[in-house]
Design a protein around this ligand. Structure first.
Ligand code: COA
Length: 145
């Protein structure tokens, strides 16, 4: 069974390790211990039984949020965990008064882009060679109630 809860002290090492496995570039690997102490950060983690299998991290500034990172354990993908994390993220942010969410994703990241588009994120534009290896970034935005 999958459960989702707010990031706590006990989750930071496993979530940071997952980010390291999910993103090859160090600049894209969040340090969840650091994020836990950051007042603008909002993070939820997904557990399957007693194993951390995913996280979603965003930053909130006034009524706007930026989705900074989302990752699901490779062996647990395509089972709806990413969707469950994103749904929880949007619901919790709406409850605290956030009205829009922006994000940036690699142009070639088809699974993430499909996920965002399924959730109603609209493409704002592209940033040429935004990533260190030269890949373009695509920006998305979504209003939340
Ligand atoms: C993106 C990611 C978080 C999705 O997590 P997930 O748990 O596998 O996603 P879900 O099972 O909830 O699927 C959600 C939707 O994503 C899309 N999706 C997932 N895997 C896909 C794939 N291999 N190809 C195309 N679309 C895919 C589908 O639209 C799917 O919805 P559907 O099942 O209704 O069609 C996961 O692939 C991941 O951790 N990737 C590596 C890290 C990353 O790139 N993060 C995003 C950039 S910040």
């Amino acid at each position: 069974m999958i459960t989702i809860r707010q990031l706590g002290e006990a989750d930071t090492d496993s979530a940071t390790d997952l980010g390291r496995r999910a993103f090859p570039a160090p600049a894209e690997q969040p340090d969840l211990r650091y994020e836990l102490a950051r007042s603008i950060a909002r993070t939820w983690v997904a557990y399957e039984d007693d194993r951390l299998v995913g996280y979603v991290l965003g930053w909130v500034a006034a009524d706007e949020a930026q989705l900074m990172s989302i990752a699901v354990e490779p062996g647990a993908r395509d089972r709806g965990i990413g969707k469950a994390l994103l749904a929880r993220f949007l619901r919790e942010l709406a409850a605290e008064g956030v009205t829009s969410v922006v994000l940036e994703v690699r142009k070639g990241n088809a699974s993430a882009r499909t996920l965002y588009e399924r959730f109603g994120f609209e493409r704002l534009g592209e940033r040429t060679a935004y990533y260190a290896d030269g890949e373009d970034g695509v920006t998305y935005k979504r209003a939340i109630a």
